[in-house]
Design a protein around this ligand. Structure first.
Ligand SMILES: CC(C)(COP(=O)(O)OP(=O)(O)OC[C@H]1O[C@@H](n2cnc3c(N)ncnc32)[C@H](O)[C@@H]1OP(=O)(O)O)[C@@H](O)C(=O)NCCC(=O)NCCS
Length: 183
């Protein structure tokens, strides 16, 4: 009998499992994703990591990291979703959806007004995200097509919270912006 999949916050002991899932889900499409995520962690930019655990093994991972919203009155802290990766053998079982639900709960707990991400609307717009321009959020670079920059508004969002989303230096140093291209 199959055991249920559990969504929880990651601990340091999960790092090898997380990196294995990142490699399995992404490496062919986005080489270097493991090294990039190590840098995000190493520079203290992670605000939470969520994992899906099945039979004692990490089978899914979602990272939440920090960015700013350059709103006119002041900078606002927002959370960037990604990478989101599910082990190929466990895809299409609702694990990505469960991790996104948990990310919204965690973002609300951290009082973030928005989760933002670069990704495919065909997937994320069924999971509580809308094109970020709906809220007047501009992507961090013109290399991110408007409809591929998505946002989920949380309870602390206020109407004045719009403007450009600004990534940390690491994203620019690593040329890690606009990597997502819809198929
Ligand atoms: C994309 C990904 C995160 C989805 O997670 P998942 O756990 O497999 O997806 P869920 O079970 O929550 O949702 C499955 C549904 O989403 C659909 N779906 C999955 N990937 C999709 C995509 N890229 N575009 C549109 N729909 C997609 C499935 O067809 C399925 O539809 P259904 O409910 O009508 O059957 C996962 O497939 C993955 O890790 N892919 C490789 C890495 C990646 O591309 N990450 C996202 C970067 S933007």
């Amino acid at each position: 009998m199959s055991t249920p999949t559990r969504i929880r916050l990651a601990t340091p002991a999960d790092t090898p499992g997380i990196e294995a899932v990142l490699s399995a889900a992404f490496d062919a499409d986005i080489p270097g994703v493991v090294a990039f995520w190590r840098e995000v962690v190493g520079r203290g930019l992670v605000r939470a990591e969520l994992v899906a655990e099945h039979d004692g093994r990490v089978v899914g991972h979602l990272g939440l990291s920090h960015a700013w919203l350059d709103a006119e009155p002041r900078l606002v802290d927002v959370l960037v979703v990604g990478p989101l990766s599910i082990d190929p053998e466990h895809q299409d079982q609702g694990i990505g959806s469960a991790l996104l639900d948990a990310a919204r709960t965690e973002g609300a707990r951290q009082l973030a007004p928005y989760l933002v991400l670069e990704g495919e609307g065909a997937y994320y717009c069924r999971k509580g995200f809308v094109p970020a321009h709906t809220y007047g959020l501009l992507p961090p670079s013109d290399r991110v097509a408007g409809d591929d920059f998505l946002a989920s508004a949380l309870e602390t969002r206020e109407p004045w919270m719009h403007g450009r989303v600004v990534y940390h230096d690491l994203w620019w140093e690593s040329d890690a912006i606009g990597l997502f291209q819809p198929a």
